[in-house]
Design a protein around this ligand. Structure first.
Ligand SMILES: Cc1cc2nc3c(=O)[nH]c(=O)nc-3n(C[C@H](O)[C@H](O)[C@H](O)COP(=O)(O)OP(=O)(O)OC[C@H]3O[C@@H](n4cnc5c(N)ncnc54)[C@H](O)[C@@H]3O)c2cc1C
Length: 347
């Protein structure tokens, strides 16, 4: 086993994955004086499949970490639509649209500034037997504690149950005038699409769809009435088998954060807040010497009400016409649903 070469001995903590959850965990640990090494497989900043809707809880936790979101697109209204039907309502809070490529990069730079070592372009294969992590190049790095933050991607031996939903994302050149300051949730027969403005005047389209309901990207754009919009990439980003509803309770050798700990349905738009919250709680647990099993069980219990409310809302949204009709009749229902699905941890 190769020791973590930061002068002497092995790393106190290795964090696997350097997006929201991993970078925030590394930042908290480094701020607490822990020697931390973060391994990220991408060698340059990359886009992630995400609606890029930053909830107020996420904004507050990012501010606490010293992350500047100046220039983010303000989002103060919500629209629910299905076919030609639509309902609009003011959001009961102010959210932001901010691209993940930029956000994750700022978090990684913050972790580095606080003293974490960040290595990019390092692919981890598995958590090694007896501790440490096995890399794709065949080497093994030692550490006293390991944090699993690989998000939507599972490591060998640490898999989650496979879901049936497919996630797709594309950026478009312009935000249509009627979507400025607004997030729109377009309900489809086998899923939903989120449209949100971003910091650079672009529009993010992010879709979660049952795998067998996906025909082709052009057919999906036609169903969303977006054939005329100007895409910025040759093809969409995609992620398969999203395990919505998953909450890790088990033991295992590693601490889990972000989507490796829990995967909230994405229409709630609070996965980033859960990633940031779990990062802070797991960092505190590591500093206090709390075991992975104890902190996982505690986080699973804390998240249970939010997951329950998301499940109930999911039942309504799976009936597009009913959902839009109810929201048109009582626009306050939309605002209440948006509030009800927020993170309710003490901050
Ligand atoms: C369709 C969809 C829409 C969503 N919309 C929103 C939204 O609008 N708002 C919101 O708050 N949440 C949203 N979410 C949820 C949010 O995207 C996730 O909760 C969040 O990305 C979790 O962050 P993470 O750091 O755990 O994982 P990820 O963002 O998946 O990042 C994992 C990181 O680990 C790295 N990695 C993976 N495998 C390895 C490996 N083997 N070795 C080294 N590095 C590795 C990856 O390169 C990546 O950088 C959405 C999710 C989906 C699927």
């Amino acid at each position: 086993m190769v020791a973590f070469p930061l002068g002497c001995g092995t790393a106190e903590v290795i964090v696997i994955g350097g997006a929201v959850a991993g970078a925030a965990t590394a930042a908290h640990l480094a701020a607490a004086g822990i020697r931390v090494l973060l391994l990220e497989r991408a060698s340059v900043p990359v886009h992630k499949v995400c609606g890029e809707f930053i909830s107020p809880d996420a904004s507050a936790m990012l501010a606490e970490l010293g992350i500047d979101l100046t220039g983010a697109a303000p989002i103060e209204h919500v629209r629910l639509s299905a076919g030609a039907g639509r309902a609009d309502a003011p959001l009961p809070f102010r959210a932001l649209g901010f691209s993940r490529r930029l956000l994750d990069e700022r978090l990684l730079m913050r972790a580095e500034a606080l003293g974490a070592e960040v290595r990019r372009g390092v692919m981890v294969r598995a958590v090694a037997e007896g501790g440490g992590v096995a890399l794709a190049d065949g080497s093994v790095l030692g550490a006293e504690r390991i944090v699993l933050a690989t998000g939507k991607h599972d490591l060998r031996g640490a898999g989650r149950p496979r879901g049936t939903m497919l996630g797709l994302k594309m950026h478009f050149a312009k935000v249509p005038a009627d979507l400025v300051g607004k997030i729109e949730l377009r309900l489809l027969s086998r899923g939903y699409a989120g449209l949100a403005p971003l910091e650079n005047g672009r529009l993010n389209l992010c879709v979660a769809l049952e795998r067998d309901g996906f025909e082709s990207w052009p057919a999906l754009l036609a169903a969303l009435r977006m054939e005329g919009a100007e895409p910025l990439w040759p093809r969409p980003l995609a992620v398969a088998a999203i395990p919505y509803g998953y909450r890790h309770r088990g033991e295992g050798p590693a601490y889990r954060v972000g989507d490796q700990l829990a995967v909230i349905p994405s229409f709630v738009g609070d996965g980033i807040a859960i990633a940031l919250r779990s990062a802070r709680r797991v960092a505190e647990a590591i500093v206090a010497g709390t075991s992975p099993a104890t902190i996982h069980a505690s986080l699973a219990t804390e998240l249970a009400p939010q997951f329950r409310r998301a499940r109930m809302l999911g039942w309504v949204l799976a009936r597009p016409r009913l959902a839009v009709a109810a929201a048109r009749l009582l626009p306050r229902l939309l605002a209440s649903a948006a509030s009800a699905t927020r993170l309710r941890f003490p901050m």
